[in-house]
Design a protein around this ligand. Structure first.
Ligand code: FAD
Length: 385
């Protein structure tokens, strides 16, 4: 086991740390203005963040999966919304990279790399996301000559309003169930994107809805086989969930640091700084221990997804424990800062709001537990009876 980073990894992490410090942290508009800060994403594109998941042969910056995990932690420290939107390419192109033909990869990925461009992963429907495996998808693909006609709605889709390419999961008719994966251009006739949703947090990230009305998708834009969509979707999301755990570490570190600064600059009734009060210190210690626990789990999950036999289980463990940890740590930090933890000016309240969705998107905590239980609850071979 070697936890040390290579000189290249250290340099990359330093680059993203600098980007976070100089370009994200000073921005006071990210939360309150409710807009998509395209200028900031342009800068993120320039440092290689937006296309990090795309290999260099297609024009991307070709970062390793672990590089992206390191970047997620740094960006999460700065702004979770920016982290979500800037790194979404990993999820949005995951299906294409793992299951697309070389012709499909070349044709689509090369459209995403010459300039700032976004892609989305369109799985969720207004009827639900967690239940997509247990009910017929309402987004359908009707076979027609040369391709399919897509009809339906995909809701709460990250980067929907700004993306030029969508990875869409739909049910091929007349099948009663099953999912099939398609690459769909934003320019397709019949495709409409509605205005982004207003959200509790992560407001620098775009979340929108896509409507398909007889959208023609040529047969060569179907990824994988008919009915292979669940396998394809799960493969993409298991890698992305580990990124969420890394973002959780970032936001928790930010909350911890704000609490530390407050503790050093505010005093208890015994005239000593709060940082010397036992309760304050023990809360900080608990935060630190939880942050380290999630990082260890996240790095292991990253390794498992790429090399090990237990990628699905570990990515769900990291997402579950990471999301819960971020919510807990930001909430404890809010208490430690007293009124400042509740006021907008104190920043912690934003971190609390931003962190909440880490427990929800890409599968709620309950869904992660169900995935983990799938392997853990198997009887297998017991040593002791
Ligand atoms: C900001 C944001 C960005 C998003 N981005 C994307 C995106 O890019 N692409 C995309 O496809 N989706 C996206 N989503 C959707 C997200 O993945 C889903 O909201 C999430 O998976 C939860 O699904 P749901 O909303 O359908 O809730 P539901 O699945 O309806 O869950 C509601 C509640 O029921 C519980 N529940 C569900 N099933 C069971 C069960 N079998 N047993 C017990 N309890 C259960 C859940 O845990 C939860 O508490 C995004 C959502 C948000 C908020």
């Amino acid at each position: 086991m070697d936890f040390s980073l290579t000189p290249e990894q250290l340099a990359w992490r330093e680059k993203i740390k600098k980007f976070t410090r100089e370009q994200i942290i000073p921005r006071t508009d990210l939360d309150i203005c409710n807009h998509f800060p395209m200028d900031l994403y342009e800068l993120a594109f320039e440092v290689g963040l937006i296309t990090g998941a795309i290999p260099q042969e297609y024009g991307g910056s070709g970062k390793t999966y672990f590089d992206l995990i390191l970047a997620a932690e740094e960006l999460g420290y700065g702004d979770l919304g920016v982290a979500t939107s800037a790194l979404l390419m990993k999820l949005a192109t995951g299906a294409l990279l793992a299951f697309g033909s070389s012709e499909q990869k070349t044709r689509w990925l090369k459209t995403l790399t010459p300039k700032l461009t976004f892609a989305s992963h369109a799985w969720t429907e207004p009827e639900g996301s967690s239940n997509m495996l247990g009910r017929p998808a309402t987004t359908t693909a009707t076979p027609v000559e040369g391709g399919y006609l897509l009809n339906g709605i995909k809701s709460t889709i990250t980067n929907a309003s700004v993306a030029s390419l969508y990875t869409v999961f739909a049910r091929v008719l007349p099948e009663p169930d099953g999912l099939t994966c398609f690459m769909v251009s934003r320019n397709s006739s019949g495709l409409q994107v509605t205005r982004p949703y207003q959200k509790m947090g992560q407001r620098a990230s775009d979340t929108g809805e896509i409507t398909f009305k007889d959208v023609f998708v040529p047969i060569h834009d179907r990824v994988g086989e008919i009915g292979q969509g669940v396998q394809i979707g799960m493969r993409a999301i298991r890698a992305s969930r580990v990124g969420i755990a890394a973002m959780a570490i970032g936001v928790a570190k930010r909350a911890r640091d704000l609490a530390k600064v407050y503790g050093h600059t505010h005093f208890a009734s015994n005239a000593q700084a709060l940082i010397y009060q036992q309760d304050f210190r023990l809360k900080l210690a608990q935060m630190e221990a939880e942050i380290e626990m999630v990082r260890a789990l996240t790095w292991r999950a990253c390794w498992e997804v790429e090399n090990g036999p237990e990628g699905m289980k570990f990515s769900s463990c990291a997402k579950l424990i990471g999301g819960d940890m971020a919510v807990r740590v930001t909430n404890v930090a809010a208490e430690l800062l007293g009124a400042q933890g509740y006021l907008q000016s104190g920043l912690i309240e934003k971190l609390v709001r931003d962190a909440k969705v880490l427990q929800i998107y890409e599968g709620t905590a309950t869904i992660q537990k169900m995935i983990i239980a799938d392997t853990t609850a198997r009887l297998g071979e017991l040593k002791y009876k």
